[in-house]
Write a protein that binds this ligand. Structure first.
Ligand SMILES: [Zn+2]
Length: 345
C-alpha cells in the first residue's frame, strides 16, 4: 500500500466513524427526551393549566341576586346565575347558537352590575348586584324553572341551557378592550333594531339600528290595545297629574311628531306636552314603541309591532339567524356592532 493510499484509507475511516457518531446522536436525541411523549405532555399540561386557571378565575366570581318575592339576597356563582337567567329570558327550544348568544349578552349585562367587578349594582337593594326581575334581567332557580317546564321536556331543556353556558364559559362582549355597558336585548323587533340614543339617553357606538328580518313568525309580533276615549284621557291626565286632554279633544291632541330610523315613535305630542315614544309606551304598558294610533268611532286602537325596547339583540331575530346557519359570534357582532367576544379577564 502506498503512503497516499494509507492516508486516504485513514481519512475515509475517520469520516465514517464521525458520520456514525453524528447519526447515532441524532437518533438517540428524541429517546433521551422520552420520544415524542414529553413535548405532547408538556403541551397538554400547558393547555390544562390555562383551562384550570380560567376555571378558577370564573368560578371565583360571585353575584348577589336580590330575589323580588322573598326580599332576600342570594349569593351564587356567576355561571350558575347565568343558567337561571338564560332559562328565564329565552325559550329553551330556541337554537343552541341563539342560546349561546343570549348567554354571552346576559353574562356581559351581569358583569356590568357586579359591584366587586366595578359594576353599578341594582337600585332595588343597595347590597345587591342585580335583581331577578326585568328591572335588571329575569332569573329563576333551577328547581323553579324545571317545575314550570313540561315534565317530559324539563331535563332536555335544562341540559341545553347548561350546554349554552358551558360552551361560552366566561365570555363577554368587549369594545376596545372594555366590557360593554349596554348589552341590551329584547324579545321581538319590527324588522330593525333601534339606535340606542333614540330610546335611552346616551349614544353608544355599538348600539346602532341594524336589520333583523323574518320575525313576523313570532307569536307577539303584532298586538292591539284598545281604549275608550274616556279611559285614555284619564290615563293621560293621571300621568301628567293635571287635566291636559278630554275625551272629546283627544283626536286632535295626540300627534306622532317624529320617528326613529327603525320606524318606531321617537316623539309624540299630547296637548302642549311632548313625550318620548318610550315614555308613552311605559305610560300605557304597550308592547313596543313601534305603534300606530287609530281613532275609531267607539274606541282608540294602538297597534304595536315587535315586543320590547328594540335596543341591542333581538331574541327572536337571533333564533332566526341561528336557524339560518349563523354562529353565536356572528349573531352577537351583528346586533352589537364592532364588539369582540372575549374572556372576562
Ligand atoms: Zn334590578
Amino acid at each position: 500500500m502506498r503512503t497516499e493510499d494509507v492516508f486516504l484509507f485513514v481519512k475515509r475511516f475517520l469520516i465514517f466513524i464521525l458520520a456514525s457518531i453524528v447519526f447515532i446522536v441524532i437518533l438517540s436525541l428524541p429517546l433521551a427526551r422520552g420520544g415524542n411523549k414529553l413535548p405532547q405532555d408538556k403541551l397538554n399540561n400547558i393547555t390544562y393549566n390555562m383551562k384550570h386557571d380560567n376555571v378558577v378565575v370564573i368560578n371565583e366570581i360571585k353575584v348577589k341576586v336580590y330575589r323580588d318575592k322573598t326580599n332576600k339576597i342570594e349569593e351564587m356563582n356567576l355561571e350558575d346565575y347565568i343558567k337561571g337567567v338564560v332559562a328565564s329570558e329565552m325559550p329553551a327550544e330556541f337554537h343552541i347558537e341563539a342560546l349561546k348568544a343570549q348567554t354571552v349578552a346576559a353574562r356581559t349585562y351581569a358583569v356590568t352590575h357586579i359591584k366587586s367587578l366595578g359594576g353599578s349594582g341594582c337600585s332595588k337593594d343597595k347590597n345587591a348586584d342585580i335583581c331577578d326581575t326585568v328591572h335588571c334581567q329575569a332569573f329563576m332557580s333551577k328547581n323553579d324553572r324545571m317545575a314550570a317546564w313540561p315534565k317530559d321536556k324539563s331535563n332536555y331543556y335544562w341540559s341545553k341551557i347548561e350546554e349554552a353556558v358551558n360552551l361560552t364559559k366566561g365570555q363577554v362582549l368587549k369594545y376596545n378592550g372594555e366590557v360593554i355597558k349596554g348589552a341590551y336585548y329584547f324579545a321581538i323587533s319590527s324588522g330593525k333594531t333601534e339606535n340606542v340614543k333614540d330610546v335611552f339617553s346616551a349614544a353608544l357606538p355599538y348600539l346602532k339600528s341594524v336589520e333583523s328580518p323574518g320575525e313576523e313568525v313570532a307569536p307577539k309580533y303584532k298586538s292591539t290595545s284598545a281604549y275608550s276615549y274616556s279611559k285614555l284621557a284619564s290615563i293621560i291626565n293621571e300621568y301628567f297629574d293635571k287635566s291636559i286632554v278630554s275625551p272629546s279633544n283627544l283626536k286632535t291632541n295626540i300627534k306622532i311628531k317624529s320617528k326613529t330610523e327603525a320606524g318606531g315613535v321617537k316623539e309624540i305630542q299630547i296637548g302642549s306636552k311632548t313625550l318620548k315614544g318610550s315614555q308613552f309606551r311605559s305610560m300605557l304598558g304597550l308592547n313596543s314603541t313601534h305603534f300606530s294610533i287609530n281613532f275609531g268611532k267607539k274606541d282608540i286602537q294602538i297597534v304595536c309591532t315587535g315586543y320590547g325596547h328594540g335596543v341591542g339583540m333581538s331574541q327572536w331575530g337571533a333564533n332566526i339567524y341561528a336557524k339560518g346557519g349563523k354562529s353565536y359570534n356572528q349573531i352577537l357582532t351583528h346586533y352589537y356592532q364592532g364588539v369582540k367576544i372575549e374572556q372576562i379577564n
